[in-house]
Design a protein around this ligand. Structure first.
Ligand code: IVH
Length: 695
């Protein structure tokens, strides 16, 4: 009877899973392909949650291509290397239109007297991947790698909304969809802004960011990045039976059309061209228009459209003879330098900036560009009023690449580098062997003080998110906050009504009743932030998020950390001698000690507290024996982590042990004992899956 009702239940769950999957797939498709929302976000989330719950309850019913995989969650230790079934070739490329003309006439000659066409399409500036589909299901996603072998990034690819997990309509039974993963400009910009707010290094361009994202070990992080997949090629094995109108698969254009029907995002900017004039027109059009696209391209790809001709044209050593890429030259203009200003960064680094006569370049007006450092100005030999050659390539940020000497006024003097800080007047320092100057006045130089405040409130530190850079700047200039400890004596009435305006008289920020309440409550709440994050928030040089965690777990309180010798500091995993010396010196400064006392009085956490850090009860009292070396945690950290998730740590294996958490180099004796007693041995990765929390 019991068994019977169980079957019934499973059957019911399975039907509901199928139903929810179909609905969510449909809503996703309409949303990402046709920009249509068929349900409210609330409804959508509710369905997704119901599906997640069912899959959790009945893991055997969960498909690897379930729409729940879009949010990621799989954490891998390293990527599996996979040999490509069909090598991923590159394309011959050129910057010269004459070479495109040669390609076209060579192709015509080789093919003789037959009728054929070309396709012209965009050359997406991202990361090439190949997606294998079998029976309409995505089974594997692999990066190009070296063309022969790439990384298996399937769980990250599943989080990309424009990669179909299951195909629609009719499709070949077995094929590979190739394309480029790009980071759309607007998403890239907001992502990079967030990184900077969190104190992380920004990415140089969308391509690097896309590539870094696909290599994330935690797929839920990748899911947050809003990447896009632009399909540009369908690779079919020989002798494969093709569905529907076979002739559609006879051309590249037709194959991409077919792919669109299957649910792939195929960019509409593809054109069938009959001759070199049409090709030239397509190139010229996109050379100008490319800046209006939502993502980056770095050229145009021209392919022979008729698939049967590919074999006749064959391959060269690395690339097919039936396709070629035209690469856009970086756009360049020359514009006069009006002045040089010197910016002081959060860490005191000085950056010289060229203020130029505004000029139109690659879709935006350029007014300013970095002059990098004193060496750069000297090497370029920049004089006052010089015409600067400014270039915009694949990057969004314009670069100064040279000077138009012919336009130099012979009397113009060379640019003089400053010797004092433009913000606080302190004498600048240039460390030996470093090209940049910096202002050493850490505690008296306004941008550095505000920079430290920004770091202190950032998400990974104290997470006081109602205070951004502009508000902090305002609080500093009004004399309300001079250092991080002052935040804790702010009163509501000091905040209400504060306003700030920019040079043009536009209001930049203002604080009203509700804003003031939010700020005060976020500051109060930050007193619960655990010690390891408080330590990170202090902004000690070289002490990042991970380092702070390791130090906190090692020393357990600020008092023992403050008293530690450089040797004791350097004994902590990942703390080198240089960092140890910096930490030691930091705590020898009386003003730093005083600051810490004020923060302690305000009620911040300066001791490791396991109660405070309890994050979940996912491990429900299970007991663990920990052995070996781990990649993401030190041994002490992983033990603390077990406790934080409601587990118990015991020192030796017995009948009561639930799991042995094995790192690398685990002792063979322990391993044998665990095996003998039949106690499950789990890896760090298994453990992370158990706690289902991102670290
Ligand atoms: S076709 C055999 N089409 O450019 C044909 N490639 O060297 C293979 N790329 O890394 C490539 N946009 O990832 C093709 N519309 C497009 C493309 C494209 C970007 C990339 C490709 C490869 C490189 C070619």
């Amino acid at each position: 009877m019991d068994l019977f009702s169980n079957f019934e239940e499973i059957d019911k769950a399975s039907k509901r899973i199928t139903e929810l999957t179909a609905l969510i797939d449909k809503y996703n498709y309409e949303y990402y392909m046709n920009d249509q929302s068929l349900v409210s976000d609330f409804e959508f989330d509710k369905m997704l949650r119901e599906l997640q719950d069912l899959e959790r309850q009945y893991p055997e019913l969960a498909s690897p291509n379930s729409p729940t995989k879009r949010v990621g969650g799989e954490v891998s230790k390293a990527f599996k290397q996979v040999k490509h079934r069909f090598p991923m070739l590159s394309l011959g490329n050129t910057y010269s239109i004459e070479e495109i003309e040669e390609f076209e006439s060579r192709t015509r000659k080789l093919l003789g007297d037959i009728s054929f066409s070309y396709t012209c399409e965009l050359k997406y500036d991202g990361v090439a991947i190949g997606l294998t589909y079998r029976h309409g299901e995505l089974v594997q996603a692999v990066t190009r790698g070296n063309g022969a072998v790439g990384d298996d990034i399937t769980s990250n690819a599943r989080t990309i909304a424009t990669i179909p997990l299951r195909l629609r309509g009719s499709y070949p039974d077995d094929f590979e969809a190739r394309g480029e993963v790009v980071f759309p400009f607007n998403e890239f910009e907001s992502f990079n802004r967030q990184r900077q707010e969190d104190g992380d290094e920004p990415f140089a361009n969308p391509r690097n960011a896309a590539s870094g994202s696909l290599k994330l070990l935690d797929s839920s992080e990748c899911a947050k990045r809003k990447l896009q997949f632009c399909m540009y090629f369908m690779m079919l094995p020989d002798n494969l039976e093709l569905p529907t109108i076979d002739s559609q698969y006879a051309t590249h254009f037709g194959r991409l059309e077919a792919a669109k029907q299957m649910g792939f995002k195929v960019q509409p900017y593809i054109k069938e061209c009959r001759n070199i004039d049409e090709i030239r027109q397509f190139i010229d059009y996109w050379d100008n228009e490319r800046w209006n696209l939502p993502f980056g391209i770095d050229g145009i790809v021209i392919k022979v459209n008729q698939v049967e001709l590919w074999e006749r044209l064959g391959l060269t050593a690395k690339s097919p003879r039936w396709a070629i890429a035209y690469k856009f030259k970086a756009q360049q203009v020359s514009t006069p330098l009006e002045s040089v200003s010197f910016q002081v960064g959060r860490t005191g680094i000085i950056t010289p900036v060229a203020n130029m006569k505004p000029v139109w370049l690659g879709g935006t007006t350029v007014r300013r560009a970095t002059l990098v450092n004193a060496d750069f100005i000297e090497k370029m030999d920049i004089h006052e009023g010089d015409y600067l050659l400014v270039e915009k390539g694949g990057e969004i940020i314009p670069k100064v690449v040279g000077i138009d000497i012919s336009k130099r006024n012979p009397n113009a003097p060379p640019i003089q580098y400053i010797s004092n800080c433009p913000e606080c007047g302190a004498r600048l320092v240039r460390a030996e062997g470093e090209a940049g100057h910096y202002c050493p006045n850490q505690d008296g130089c306004p941008p550095q003080i505000v920079g430290r405040l920004e770091h202190f409130v950032s998400r990974k530190a104290m997470n006081i998110d109602s205070l951004g850079g502009e508000r902090l700047d305002l609080l500093y200039r009004r004399g309300l906050v001079r250092d991080i400890a002052d935040l804790y004596s702010l009163r509501r009435e000091q905040l209400v009504g504060l306003e700030d305006y920019d040079e043009l008289g536009q209001r930049k920020t203002s604080i009203q009743d509700k804003g003031a309440d939010n700020i005060i409550s976020a500051i109060t709440k930050s007193k619960e932030v655990p010690f390891e994050r408080v330590l990170f928030a202090l902004g000690i040089r070289f002490v990042g998020e991970v380092g702070a965690r390791k130090l906190a777990f090692h020393f357990k309180s600020i008092d023992s950390l403050m008293e530690a010798s450089t040797e004791e500091l350097a004994a902590v995993e990942d703390v080198g001698e240089k960092t140890a010396a910096v930490i030691y010196d930091y705590f020898r400064e009386p003003r730093h000690r005083e600051l810490i006392e004020r923060l302690r009085e305000a009620g911040l956490q300066f001791e490791l507290s396991s109660d405070n850090a309890q994050q979940s009860n996912e491990l429900g009292g299970k007991s663990f024996v920990v052995s070996g070396v781990f990649s993401r945690f030190s041994r002490e950290e992983i033990k603390a982590n077990i406790q934080q998730h409601g587990g118990k740590v015991v020192s030796s294996i017995s009948g009561k042990t639930d799991y042995v958490l094995a790192g690398e180099k685990m002792g063979p004796e322990k391993l044998k004992k665990a095996e003998k007693m039949g106690i499950p041995i789990i890896s760090e990765e298994d453990y992370l899956n158990m706690i289902e929390t991102v670290h």
